[in-house]
Unconditional design. Sequence first.
Length: 270
Amino acid sequence: MTVLAAVIALVGSLFFALGAALQQFEAVGTAKPGLLALLRRPRWLLGGVSILAGGGLHIVALGLGPLTVVQPMGVASLLFALPLAAALHGRRPARNELAAAGVVAIGLIGLVLLVPESDGPTHLSPNGVLTLLAVAGIAAVLLWAGSKAASPAGRAALLATSSGVLYGATATLVRVLVDGGWNWWYLLALPVPALLALVMLQRAYAVGHFGVSFASLQITDPLTAVAFGALLLGEPLPTGILPVLAALLTAAGTVALARNSPLEAPREPA
């Protein structure tokens, strides 16, 4: 079953990468890609379906195999996404670009595997939910504001990081709903960070540095969820020197991606 779980997770990563590449292809070159406009683009919608399929396969894989096998397969989406995006834009991915992505993936796998598993029920009070949404919202706004003065690669990274913070908050809220008991008020709050995250991600994609934005999202989303889990849910954090080394590796890989990821040219809407 472990081998089957790994294969399913790997296929899920491929679907997720394909979906991200398709959505970036449609969003690139637009200053403020509105969701209503993107929803009218079949390729962007197909990308959304592919992302949902990838997420579903990842959940299936988690039900069949251990986290230590499934999670690293999920990180492989970064390595799939770069060649797919390059092919859509009619180019070959540069060796330096792929090498930098590999460094990010190795560091991220280390971080994912070093996070201690939580045991016990997940509970968050209404005040905790408000704190979650407020902290994520303030962080996202500050990152968005900072992106306005950044270089194109920095702008893509900051906007995607803003999206990752909001997706991390969404993931934390989902965990509370699934593990801590159903609550209609929490369910109504769920679309707020999720939709804002989607908007921020499309703006990151629109800048053109796909490798930077996708890597920043891949890093920020799980790390934000871990941080919220520790601060609001009392979950343990990894200790020792290894998490620090893994974090430095992901940071170094992301900086290298910013230097080697090409700026895709703007394109006219189809």
